[in-house]
Design a protein around this ligand. Structure first.
Ligand code: FES
Length: 118
């Protein structure tokens, strides 16, 4: 997390810029699959926090994924589902599918992905 002034002069991608051709990214699909949103107000922030973390390290640990989200709040309390979605995206070894995205690298096998449920 950083102040907006820290991004002065740099390229900025918003949540709308994650998709390519209207297709959901694997992380966005995982948010749907794992029921990781209720009202959706917080969802862009969580996606924009998690996607770069997974792009930097497709085998990020649970703690690293949690740390990536540390600046985001969800008033609806979907945190367990958001973490399930992050782990699901990591387990698939999926990365950003944007035009500048690097080819996906295989992710480390994770045995602790949960099924979720409210
Ligand atoms: S889903 Fe409503 S604030 Fe997070």
């Amino acid at each position: 997390m950083q102040l907006a002034v820290g991004a002065a002069g740099r390229e900025i991608t918003t949540v709308e810029g994650l998709t390519s051709g209207g297709e959901l990214t694997p992380l966005q699909e995982a948010f749907c699959d794992k029921d990781a949103l209720m009202c959706g107000f917080c969802t862009p922030g969580f996606l924009m926090a998690l996607q770069p973390a997974l792009d930097r390290n497709p085998a990020a640990t649970d703690e690293e994924l949690l740390e990536a989200c540390s600046g985001n709040l969800c008033r609806c309390g979907t945190y367990p589902h958001i973490q399930d979605a992050a782990r699901a995206a990591r387990a698939r070894g999926e990365r950003l599918r944007g035009p500048d995205a690097a080819p996906a690298a295989p992710a480390a096998k994770q045995d602790h992905e949960t099924g979720g449920g409210r």
